[in-house]
Design a protein around this ligand. Structure first.
Ligand code: E4P
Length: 218
């Protein structure tokens, strides 16, 4: 499973990219708003910092506007993936933008049927929002499992499952086990994947024991 980082913070992206753990970036209007900077500037900087796909989301809610905004966003850099919502107009825009050779990420997906429509519309990525389903008492990961089963049943689909709204390290493990192709993970959660109290404890005791030997490796 690949890792995308779910942020518009260029500092975080540069740091995590240097660590070699990031295959792409996802942004959304809320993440862009948090930076207080123009979307053009941010997306351009991110696309320069990373070779992989960088998702930038349209704001228009009707077909024509989505296509026009999608084309404009895609003109920023060749690695932009245009994000459109899982709505009827979004699926139409996905089809139109995909036919123009652009990569489309269909976002705000909460059901396997939306993922089915996205794949039929030529989406490069489908983004099921796991955490937001958990928030309302449903099992978000079940939707990822359903989408995997649906996509496995039709070999003509080329859409990658991009597990989104990932909130915890457990979500990452579960997404990998459910067959997600990619998980987009906030920087804090990505860093937490490396942490385990027994690793910290074991390392501390090894260092104490080693100190007693008086030896050095270098
Ligand atoms: C995905 O592309 C979205 O940007 C993101 O995963 C949403 O996560 P949230 O539900 O934690 O805001």
């Amino acid at each position: 499973m690949k890792f995308f980082v779910d942020t518009a913070d260029i500092g975080e992206i540069r740091e995590l990219t240097a660590a070699g753990v990031v295959d792409g970036v996802t942004t959304n209007p809320s993440l862009i708003a948090k930076t207080g900077r123009p979307i053009w500037e941010i997306i351009e900087e991110i696309c320069e910092a990373i070779e992989g796909p960088v998702s930038a989301e349209v704001i228009a809610t009707e077909f024509g506007g989505m296509v026009a905004e999608g084309e404009r966003l895609a003109s920023i850099a060749p690695n932009v993936a245009v994000k459109v919502p899982s709505t009827w107009d979004g699926f139409r825009a996905c089809r139109a933008l995909s036919e123009r050779g652009l990569k489309v990420n269909v976002t705000l997906c909460f059901a396997a049927n939306q993922a089915l429509l996205a794949a039929k519309s030529g989406a490069a990525y489908i983004s099921p929002f796991v955490g937001r389903l958990d928030d309302i008492g449903l099992d978000g990961m079940e939707v990822v499992r359903e989408i995997r089963a649906v996509y496995n049943n039709d070999k003509s689909f080329n859409t990658k499952i991009l597990a989104s709204s990932i909130r915890t390290p457990l979500h990452v493990t579960q997404a990998a086990m459910a067959g997600a192709d990619i998980a987009t993970v906030p920087p804090g959660v990505l860093r937490n994947l490396a942490k385990h109290p027994l690793t910290e404890k074991g390392l501390a005791s090894f260092l104490v024991d080693w100190g007693r030997t008086g030896q050095a490796i270098l």
